[in-house]
Design a protein around this ligand. Structure first.
Ligand code: HPA
Ligand code: ZN
Length: 319
């Protein structure tokens, strides 16, 4: 039996497996620039975050209807459940769909069709976190938050993702203030490729309650001490870090040092269709490559629930 765990760093668009991508392409009459699923899988060789994002946003062209988003979410939830995930806080990227002419309502209501039945069907409770693309403008993020107002009863929080370097958290001060005023929880990717200062800024300027990745905090002992003292959760994604070359090899991942330092670490899959594994696969990989013992693995699973927004459900339903 896999350890029961919560998944807190998961981009639903990153769960699009090649087989489903081709199925949706056919259903929607979209031509993909790959001969077949093998050719598509063969293109999954990334040098960094940017090279991954280019392919990732391109493949989203197959997602067009509510049913597509429902099928995408159901496929993820089934795989996650099989690997012990009992609760999932799911990121989605509205701007990546709005820019292709897919309405926010299509995305949210489509995902919701799967999410509202998830506890009954998959035994997985869920929440939605709407992410802003940090390489788009602050004005675009504000427009996106405005467009989300009819759907806030479905949305727990906001996040910040896409190309990090050159797009510091401070760019999104205003939209995070507006999100907080609407009662939304706040998380942000920081310190994946960007410097430790982006982690500090995400905390101080955006009011981030969790840091997604946060790997590069290890370059700044004072920041590590603060994250430990304030019990700020970090949502690490070990297989993603290897594929996007944030670390050279899994055996060199700083997770053991981070746990030893007392950081509240969690293990997640990020974009499992692209990076070689779902949540349980990430747990298995760190156990094997880093020699984590059962106590450490149980600590990681416990941390995932501690760091979740589960207690927020009642407030969201009341909105
Ligand atoms: N980092 C930033 N943006 C992303 C990622 C990531 O790991 N995955 C999907 N969008
Ligand atoms: Zn991510």
């Amino acid at each position: 039996m896999p350890l029961p765990k919560a998944e807190l760093h998961l981009h639903i668009e990153g769960t699009l497996e090649p087989e489903l991508a081709f199925e949706l392409a056919e259903r929607n009459g979209v031509r993909l620039p790959y001969a077949d699923t093998e050719a598509l899988r063969g293109a999954y060789r990334f040098d960094d975050l940017r090279s991954f994002l280019d392919l990732y946003y391109g493949l989203m062209a197959v997602l067009r209807t509510e049913r597509d988003f429902e099928d995408l979410a159901n496929a993820y939830l089934a795989r996650a459940a099989a690997q012990g995930v009992r609760h999932a806080e799911i990121f989605f990227d509205p701007q990546a769909h709005l820019s292709r002419g897919v309405a926010l309502g299509t995305v949210v209501e489509g995902l919701w069709r799967a999410l509202e039945r998830s506890e009954a069907v998959h035994g997985v409770s869920t929440q939605l976190i709407m992410c802003f693309l940090r390489d788009e403008s602050a004005a675009s993020a504000l427009e996106t938050l405005d467009a989300a107002k009819p759907y806030l009863h479905r949305i727990t929080g906001v996040g910040l993702d896409s190309a990090e370097v050159g797009h510091p958290p401070v760019k999104f001060r205003e939209v995070y203030e507006a999100a907080a005023a609407l009662g939304l929880r706040r998380v942000a990717h920081a310190g994946e490729e960007g410097p430790p200062e982006y982690i500090t800024e995400a905390l101080d300027v955006l009011g981030a309650e969790r840091i997604d990745h946060g790997l590069r905090c290890m370059e700044d002992p004072a920041l590590v001490a603060r994250l430990v003292r304030e019990r700020v959760p970090l949502t690490l994604c070990p297989l993603s870090n290897v594929r996007l070359r944030a670390v050279d090899a899994l055996a060199e991942h700083p997770l053991p040092a981070m746990l030893d330092a007392g950081l509240l670490c969690t293990v997640n899959s990020d974009d499992p269709a692209y990076f070689g594994g779902y949540a349980g696969d990430n747990f298995d990989a760190v156990r094997t490559a880093l020699g984590l013992d059962e106590d450490r693995l149980r600590e990681l699973a416990r941390n995932s629930f501690t760091a979740s927004f589960l207690e927020h459900d009642e407030e969201r339903r009341a909105r």
